[in-house]
Design a protein around this ligand. Structure first.
Ligand SMILES: NC(=O)c1ccc[n+]([C@@H]2O[C@H](COP(=O)([O-])OP(=O)(O)OC[C@H]3O[C@@H](n4cnc5c(N)ncnc54)[C@H](OP(=O)(O)O)[C@@H]3O)[C@@H](O)[C@H]2O)c1
Length: 291
């Protein structure tokens, strides 16, 4: 039996009360994120898996690049990742991830996976009137993005978001491939407010960042992240250097959250468990917010 349907895997909802057993399949899909945003106020969320000491990546043993550690990535968290993607009408990814895709060392092609295990999610999108796959926005200041053919032929809208001082020639090359280029910043970098406003104008209401610390910080600094999904794998890895959720300058003001929900995934006895935490931004003014 696979790890999603294995009944020895016990998933407990710890918050909100009462504590009770819940099933993994549908856990995040049932949150109906696709109904929370509007084009004037898109709903923006992101997710990460971290080791118990907070690492989000380690160096790939052969290639000189950082990837999500194999020791914490797991199919149960991956199922939830796919459920989050299933509700999005656009995914934010990074120039770096596209370079990894082109080198064949990315974790996976961008969701939603077309593997049979996720066919229910593609059907679910259809039943909700959503496009078969979310659009993709690649955030990049260098515009050094070798877009793989698989992505160009994937029949999903492709955008690149960059700052207005980005390399003009590279922007034209991308446009010539049918990619829409969004200028969402006054310098080289993309600014969170401008990016989300521009995507809202494109008609997107549900925006999922599957990128890493750079894009997360861009969203947090602009106070444009509504919800953070964080899986803590209960395993300590060690290693150098220390890659965490956000890097660089301190956020001013800090980004504050409230607990939305918390689950303990006991997995099988001989394996480490994991905690699924869902955190709601305190500044978020989404429908249903109490603040
Ligand atoms: N554990 C997890 O759940 C998880 C999730 C995601 C990522 N990660 C890890 O995090 C590490 C970094 O991932 P990542 O590179 O995809 O994420 P990232 O730090 O969000 O993205 C970095 C790249 O995105 C572009 N970028 C980011 N912010 C930008 C801005 N404001 N304006 C313009 N461009 C911007 C730049 O692209 P250009 O270089 O093209 O200019 C930059 O090199 C990787 O090791 C990855 O494995 C872990």
């Amino acid at each position: 039996m696979d790890s999603i349907n294995n009944h020895r895997n016990k998933l407990l909802r710890l918050f909100p009360a009462p504590v009770e057993s819940v099933t993994l399949k549908g856990l995040y899909l049932n949150q109906q994120l696709h109904k929370l945003g509007t084009s004037s106020q898109p709903f923006v969320y992101s997710n990460f898996i971290t080791s118990l000491e907070g690492r989000i990546s380690l160096e790939h043993p052969q290639k000189k690049t950082f990837v999500v550690p194999k020791a914490i990535a797991n199919p149960r968290d991956w199922r939830l990742f796919q459920e989050l993607a299933a509700q999005a009408d656009v995914l934010l990814t990074s120039g770096r991830y596209i370079r990894q895709l082109a080198q064949n060392i990315a974790q996976d092609i961008l969701p939603i996976s077309e593997q049979p295990a996720y066919a229910d999610l593609i059907q679910w999108r259809q039943s909700q009137g959503l496009a078969p796959q979310p659009a993709i926005v690649i955030v990049s200041d260098s515009l050094n993005i070798p877009i793989p053919e698989t992505l160009l032929n994937a029949n999903r809208p492709l955008y690149v978001a960059t700052g207005s001082e980005a390399n003009w020639l590279r922007a034209q090359e991308l446009k010539a491939k049918g990619i829409q280029v969004i200028m969402a910043g006054t310098g080289l970098l993309v600014e969170g407010q401008k990016l989300i406003a521009a995507l809202g104008q494109e008609g997107f209401t549900t925006i999922y960042s599957v990128a890493g610390p750079g894009v997360l910080k861009t969203l947090l600094a602009a106070q444009r992240l509504d919800r953070l999904y964080l899986t803590h794998a209960l395993r300590i890895l060690g290693g150098e250097p220390f890659d965490i959720l956000v890097e660089g300058e301190q956020l001013d003001p800090p980004a504050d959250f409230k607990l939305h929900s918390l689950y303990y995934d006991a997995v099988e006895e001989e394996k480490p468990g994991q905690i699924f935490g869902v955190y709601e931004s305190v500044v978020s003014k989404m429908p249903g917010d109490k603040g």
